[in-house]
Structures are given as C-alpha cells and as structure tokens.
Design a protein around this ligand. Structure first.
Ligand SMILES: [Zn+2]
Length: 406
C-alpha cells in the first residue's frame, strides 16, 4: 500500500485526498487536495455545499508522529457558499476550525496532560507550553459543554489553596459519583454563588439533599438561599482537622515552656498524639506514657481528642447529642484555650454536626481529589494565573469527555 493511501485512510478523508507525502528535515509533510468535485461541507453547519467560492492560502496542521517523524498536513482550504450561513471556510474532517493541530494530536495531548505537567506534555510532543495550554482549555470547554449532568444529591464544598496558601479556590464535588462538579476562583460567598445560580440552576438545586462543608466556610447562607431543602452537614473530615489543630496548638505552647532535656524526649511526639492509640508500636506507647507523666496539658488535650472521636460511632441522634454536650462541658473545664475555641465553634453549628448520625457522609472520600489538585499545582510549580489552574483542575478531576475524532 502506498503511504499516501495509508494516510488518506487513517485520516478518514472522503472529499479530500493525499496527493503527496514527502520527507523534509524533521517532518513528514502530507499534501492534501480536494478529491475531484466531491461536495465540501460548510465549516459552521457542516451541510454539504454545491458552490466553492474561493481558495484560501495554504495552511498547516501538526499531526501525530509516524515512527520518529511528526506529520504536517498541508492544504489550501476552500471557502464554500453555504445556503444557510453564506460564504464560510469549509469543514476539515481532521481538525477543528480554529485549530493548528489535528484532532487526533490534540486529543493525544489532552490525554497526556491529565498525567503530566503541561511542560512535560509539551516536551513529549515537541510543542510549546502555550499550545498545550490552548489545547487543554479547548478540551475543557468542550467537555463542560458536553458532559452528562445527572441529578446531584450529595455535594461537598471545599477550598484548595493555590501557591502556598495565599490564594484560595472553591471546589464542589458530587460525593456520590466522586467527581468534581465546579471550581470557583475564590472562597467568598460571591465567588461561590454562580455554582448555585449558573452551574446548578433553580431546577437542579431542588434535588440537593446533603451539603457537606467546613464549619468555617462562608457557604451556609448560600445554601439556605438556593437549596433550603438540603441538610447542611459539617464534615467529619474538617471537624477532626480542627480538633487535631487544637491538640497541636496545646502541644506547641507547652513545648515552648519545656526545658531542653525534656524537649528531646518530646521530639516527634506530634505524630504520637495525632495517631490512633491502637496503631502505636510498643516503643511509641512507651514514649507516650513518658509524655503522660511529664506533661498534663498535652495529655488532657490528647484524651479530649480521643473522647470526642467516639461521637462518630453513635447511631442514635439523642445519644450522640448527649455525648457531644457532655464532651463540650468537659472541654470547657479543661482550661485549654484552643479547646475552648473549638467548643465555641461547635456551639454555633450543632445542627449541622449532629446531622452526621443520620447521613454518615464525609467528604473525606474526596480527600484524594484534593491531594490530586495539590499535585497538579506542584508539578506545574504553581500556576501563575487562576484560570490556567482552574482549567487543569477540571481537566484532571471532572471526568470530562474529549471531543470525538471523526
Ligand atoms: Zn452552513
């Protein structure tokens, strides 16, 4: 089989043909021309058009490589007179109208960009970073427009930081399907409102049943406004995080008071206190008991934390509530400021915390997703602009469909 025939078949050309394939330095150039008088399609509505209006100047498209040689398609597009749209550039079966690479190449690039940094992807395909950014953004645009949108019942709203905790984005996950739904470019109420008004809309907001979030988040008012039927659930994952922070704060302020000799013994004790007791080795248990003898505040913090954790096991709302109230009283009596602060936070959010016994849903399940987002940011050395980062997040976490290759 001639190489021209092979490429024509691979490209699936019907109204076009390959006239010549020539090897130049660094590329295999594929010359394409019209095939006889077969009808060309309008680039806008894809309808077949009888009349060709004029011929444009020569254009080139980068394509995948054959062995080591990247292919370049060369063709002079026709303008067709479409009865519906007027004079338009024809439709190319190998590429989108705007594109300078073929659909096959842009899909291959988009797939690799889910695994590698944009820089790494660019290197792999001999493109520059900017071309990869354009391809990913177009793929995301297409994906968002064409993704399936089944009813959503349980969502988690969370924030992720961009560039060392200075700039924050809001991410919304569908916790049942474990997929990213939406990304907002800040963590304020105003920035998240479009999720309810634009992405979900009135009708889809009605199906929401449970909304998981952090107690500190500014989203509760939005939920009451746009999805009043939904139960707000302050997330186990976040509550435990605040609890651990309280323990850590006590530990740190105690460490400042300790003598040098005592400090050596306490080194790395941070992990001892955050670990579950049944996961400790003998040596670690030993160190923990030294800790117990030497420092009462740290130990009080530690046992308070352990006692709190029992809350998650209660199945009856009344019992869970009793436990929580008892715990809050003992935490206030503990004379540990970080715990008093934590109790004040709980007090303001009791309804959404007690909802746990009924729903037992946690966005901890999507913690993997947040880690993925962190690694996306890492491998790209932090995106300089939010919209690149947002595109990358959608691209890797939202399971968007890629354009269909014709
Ligand atoms: Zn048309």
């Amino acid at each position: 089989m001639l190489i021209e025939t092979f490429i024509r078949k691979q490209l699936g050309l019907k109204a076009h043909t390959v006239t010549k394939a020539e090897e130049t330095k660094g590329y295999m150039v594929i010359h394409i021309d019209r095939l006889g008088s077969r009808l060309l399609r309008c680039g806008l509505c894809r309808q077949r058009c009888r009349r060709v209006h004029s011929i444009c100047k020569l254009r080139e498209w980068r394509d995948l490589s054959m062995r080591k040689l990247p292919l370049k398609l060369r063709y002079r597009p026709r303008r067709v007179a479409c009865p519906r749209c007027g004079v338009r550039v024809e439709d190319f079966p190998w590429a989108e109208p705007w594109a300078r690479v073929t659909s096959a190449l842009s899909n291959a690039v988009a797939r690799l960009a889910r695994e590698l940094s944009w820089q790494g992807t660019a290197r792999q395909y001999g493109l520059n970073w900017k071309s990869v950014a354009t391809i990913v953004k177009r793929a995301v645009q297409y994906g968002l427009k064409n993704r399936s949108r089944p009813p959503v019942h349980v969502i988690g709203i969370d924030e992720v930081s961009r560039r060392k905790g200075q700039v924050y984005l809001t991410v919304v996950y569908d916790l049942e399907r474990r997929v990213l739904l939406w990304v907002g470019d800040d963590r304020t109420e105003e920035a998240v409102r479009p999720f309810f008004t634009e992405e979900m809309g009135r009708r889809r907001c009605h199906t929401l049943q449970v909304i998981c979030m952090d107690m500190w988040a500014a989203y509760a008012k939005l939920v009451r406004e746009h999805a009043p039927q939904a139960q707000i659930l302050f997330d186990r994952f976040h509550i435990v995080k605040h609890l651990n922070e309280a323990v850590e704060e006590v530990r740190r302020s105690e460490m400042r008071r300790l003598s040098l000799k005592e400090k050596v013994a306490f080194k790395r004790s941070r992990w001892l206190l955050l670990k579950n007791p049944w996961n400790l080795s003998d040596e670690q248990k030993e160190r923990l008991s030294t800790l117990v003898r030497w420092n009462a505040p740290i130990v009080r913090a530690y046992y308070l934390k352990e006692a709190f954790q029992m809350f998650w096991d209660y199945r009856q709302p009344k019992r869970a509530q009793d436990h929580l109230e008892k715990w809050m009283r003992s935490a206030v009596r503990s004379r540990l400021d970080p715990f008093k602060k934590f109790v004040r936070m709980l007090h303001g959010h009791l309804d959404g915390i007690l909802a746990w016994t009924q729903h037992r849903i946690s966005s901890g399940a999507v913690e993997g997703m947040n880690n993925k987002i962190k690694s996306i940011s890492h491998r790209s050395f932090g995106f300089r602009t939010a919209d690149h980062f947002i595109a990358a997040i959608y691209h890797c976490c939202a399971r968007l469909p890629l354009p269909v290759e014709r």
